[in-house]
Write a new protein. Structure first.
Length: 488
């Protein structure tokens, strides 16, 4: 009975196995063997390596090129399965590592030097402020590029098309980064016009974009003066204009784009109040005031160009300011110890001189650093004007140079009224020990940015822009994406 069952099972299994075997891929009988335990073994199936060419020697890849190591040394790369030597690889020594690291830093260093040569700003500012901020802006907006649906949930944001961007000469490369990075992150293409006195770093950036293989046409740079800018503004193929510059030109652009489909953002002038209360940490406040007005020779739209000092500490503040002024080093922008570099152009120097002259004519007192100015080039000593009243031109107009207009106030309310007494509204500073006073002031000041117990602090994640005649639209942060997107 038992044997019978065994033979009938075998009868069923045998044809089944035959069928299954027939269904197997045909493998030459030689290479398919049923080995002990009933498992299949495989014949060697080597990937062909005959078409892989390995050079006998490999150099270092530095700054986009293969170069022999300065160490002169190479080591063998061995196939671990055969112990065969595949090739020789360059052994980078300390000098080679240094060369490679420099090649990475070179662009930043080169751009910083170029920026100081072209624009006149001190190297320690272009090196430690402009360039790191440029990189931070590109890095920050690159992060948004594939997350726009999170930036504007449920709104299916679309790019606008061609963004025409016009930038000034005070932060040439940084302004280019502020404009280009969000535009590209939102999928637009760009036609950028740098300022006529500072085109070099934007053009160098173009070469870097080329090296990075940005597709042709995505970023275009047209150089020239106001006429070139106007041609860009008026071009019918442009979908958006982003402008940073003077209020005067901003108004012309607003008029030119009115009634067209073009989107517009304007970042214009400023006449910021830096307000120092009697309870402020005075020495810290003096540093903030110095930084607020003399940073970048005062060629800063958000410069703290009006100092409002509470009357009770006026004498102390002026004395400290006077002392500090004498310590500022004015001179060669490429000297790492220079605090204040050259005025950007003859034209700008004339404007500064004219306004200061007018301030003195109107009754203000001029105090200047006793520094010696270089014989050649455009220079203006760090200065401040006391006895300024609200009606003086130096209290109302943007000097855009290293000149501070000093006024006093008695109460917080008076400080607010004086600070807001300007057609501009870009920035302000508040110096006080009292947090509640900071909140009170921040809520009353009509300024896009208010710094408290600090000044000129920037971050790519933080929006920047103005009220009133300082313009509209924001650059930086999530807000900075909106002008480059067309929400659903
Ligand atoms: P600033 O007075 O500080 O030099 P501008 O507003 O004149 O500032 O210049 C800022 C940028 O605007 C520069 O790139 C400049 O060439 C450009 N520009 C000047 N005039 C015009 C214009 N009419 N239309 C468009 N762009 C202009």
């Amino acid at each position: 009975m038992k044997n019978n069952r065994k033979s009938s099972v075998a009868k069923v299994i045998r044809p089944a196995v035959r069928q299954a075997t027939a269904a197997l891929p045909v493998v030459p009988a030689k290479s398919r063997r049923l080995v002990f335990g009933g498992k299949w073994d495989y014949a060697p199936a080597p990937e062909s390596s005959s078409h892989i060419a390995i050079l006998p020697r490999h150099d270092l890849f530095i700054d986009g090129r293969f170069v022999a190591p300065r160490s002169g040394k190479y080591f063998a790369s061995v196939n671990p399965a055969t112990e065969q030597k595949l090739t020789e690889i360059a052994q980078a020594g300390a000098a080679d590592v240094d060369r490679a690291v420099r090649a990475v830093q070179e662009k930043s260093r080169e751009l910083a030097i170029l920026e100081s040569m072209d624009g006149g700003k001190p190297i320690k500012e272009s090196r430690d402020f402009d360039l790191p901020m440029v990189a931070a802006h590109f890095f920050y907006y690159a992060g948004w590029a594939d997350k726009l649906n999170y930036a504007l949930p449920n709104r299916r944001p679309q790019s606008l098309g061609v963004a025409g961007q016009i930038i000034p000469w005070n932060f040439p490369l940084l302004m280019a980064a502020w404009k280009i990075a969000p535009a590209l992150a939102c999928g637009n293409t760009v036609v950028l016009k740098p300022a006529e006195t500072t085109s070099l770093t934007a053009l160098r950036l173009a070469q870097i974009l080329q090296e990075a293989e940005l597709p042709p046409g995505v970023v275009n740079i047209v150089t020239g003066a106001g006429e070139t800018g106007a041609a860009l503004v008026n071009h019918p193929g442009v979908d958006k204009i982003a402008f940073t510059g003077s209020t005067e030109v901003g108004k012309q652009i607003a008029a030119a784009t009115a009634g067209t489909r073009k989107r517009l953002t304007l970042e214009l002038g400023g006449k910021a109040a830096n307000i120092v209360f009697e309870d402020a940490p005075i020495d810290q406040a003096i540093e903030g005031v110095i930084n607020g007005i003399y940073f970048n020779q005062g060629h800063v739209c958000c410069a703290g160009s009006r100092l409002l000092v509470q009357e009770s500490i006026y004498g102390t503040v002026i004395r400290k300011l006077r002392d500090r002024l004498q310590t500022l080093r004015v001179g060669d922008p490429l000297d790492k110890n220079t605090d204040i570099g050259a005025i950007n152009s003859r034209n700008q120097l004339d404007k500064i001189r004219e306004l200061v002259h007018c301030g003195v004519e109107e009754g203000a007192t001029l105090e200047q650093s006793a520094c010696r100015l270089p014989a050649k080039g455009y220079w203006y000593p760090p200065s401040f004007l006391t006895g300024v009243t609200l009606s003086h031109r130096v209290a109302q107009e943007e000097i855009f140079g290293p000149v501070l207009s000093v006024m006093t106030f008695r109460t917080p309310q008076e400080a607010v009224e004086r600070a807001n007494n300007t057609p501009y509204g870009l920035s302000a500073g508040v110096w006080t020990d009292k947090g509640s006073k900071i909140f009170h002031m921040v809520n009353q000041l009509k300024a896009g940015v208010v710094w408290a117990n600090t000044y000129n602090k920037f971050d790519p994640t933080s929006p920047f822009g103005g009220y009133k005649e300082s313009g509209f639209g924001r650059e930086g942060g999530l807000h900075g994406l909106l002008p480059y997107l067309q929400p659903d």
